[in-house]
Design a protein around this ligand. Structure first.
Ligand SMILES: [Cu+2]
Length: 150
């Protein structure tokens, strides 16, 4: 009986750690003063068999989080944008993002990012904070974000 339970327990463990998972890796942001705006970059590995749809994010450190896509000026025709860092790239809000089954979706500088707007507290190098991601068809995912100096 004990052996049977042990096998079931091991099977559950293997299921949890196997390749068929959905996880966030390497989330980071730059140090930013309170009241400012900061981008979060990360990788979302969708090891499940179905596409997942990211529809939003929240964090205690910011009033609002938007999903943004940065792109070159010539792709921006007719779109409203603001970009404090450079005059070459502009960014636009995205309502939802499809994370394809078996793929890793990358948020990175110059591409997709989570935009923390109106920071309620400063982001300090060496510290971390949490962001919760919301999906159309998957449970919420809490992500630990490291604050890393450039
Ligand atoms: Cu942005």
């Amino acid at each position: 009986m004990i052996d049977k339970l042990r096998i079931i327990f091991l099977a559950l463990l293997l299921t949890a750690c196997g390749p068929n998972t959905f996880e966030a890796n390497g989330a980071w942001a730059r140090p930013t003063a309170a009241g400012g705006t900061a981008a979060v970059y990360l990788e979302l590995r969708n090891g499940t068999a179905e596409d997942l749809v990211l529809v939003g994010a929240r964090s205690e450190v910011a009033r609002v989080i938007e999903m943004h896509h940065s792109m070159a000026m010539d792709e921006m025709e007719g779109m409203i944008a603001n970009e404090p860092d450079t005059d070459v790239m502009k960014m636009a809000p995205v309502a939802e993002l499809r994370l394809e089954a078996g793929e890793t979706f990358v948020f990175e500088p110059g591409g997709y990012h989570l935009m923390l707007i109106d920071l309620e507290q400063g982001l300090v190098a060496g510290e971390m904070f949490f962001v919760t991601l919301y999906f159309l068809n998957s449970p919420d995912l809490q992500v630990e974000v490291q604050v890393i100096a450039p």
